[in-house]
Design a protein around this ligand. Sequence first.
Ligand code: AMP
Length: 195
Amino acid sequence: MSDLTTTSNDVTFDSFNLDTRIRAGITDAGYDVPTPIQRQAIPYILEGRDVLGLAQTGTGKTAAFMLPILQRLTRGPLRRPRVLIVAPTRELAEQIHETARALGGRTKVRSAAVYGGVGKGPQIDAFRRGAEILVACPGRLLDHLGEGNVDLGSIEVLVLDEADRMLDMGFLPDIRRILKHVPAQRQTMLFSATM
Ligand code: AMP
């Protein structure tokens, strides 16, 4: 991957040329200037490149991947899953889902959070309504895949968030099984606090 270590203090959100509805979402969220990981990663992700991000929670990494994802979803088909974000815990999945709602609130893009410990019905309803972004924990997503509740054949972007934690929690076999349902031709992003 190219050098993501260069930093600049004069990069603004405007310099990313995001859709005006997404710019409004950034203002709604109260973000003023991009954080270092946002400055570094957003241009690459907007180009459709694969990205390996070393970033802790609290650095603004969620918006770093969510803003380019929302930009991609302003074009092309709606009402089918096009982005899959896999996260280790329901808390993290819920946070990512809320970030999608906050930043994408003025677009037509919909996000669904998919995790265990709660009923499947509302998640199935969200699939039927046609969420473009799925934020999922591995186990529950596999349950839905096994039951034929959701089809990942139109996924264009895969994000593995807190990948190191997912490995620690023993999710690697589950992730391998999920990958079999996702097209090989896609943009892949992996975020991890440690390498
Ligand atoms: P994260 O690292 O994605 O968990 O984000 C940490 C916190 O920073 C979240 O509460 C975000 O809403 C907030 N945040 C993300 N990007 C920015 C930004 N550019 N300016 C101010 N706050 C931000």
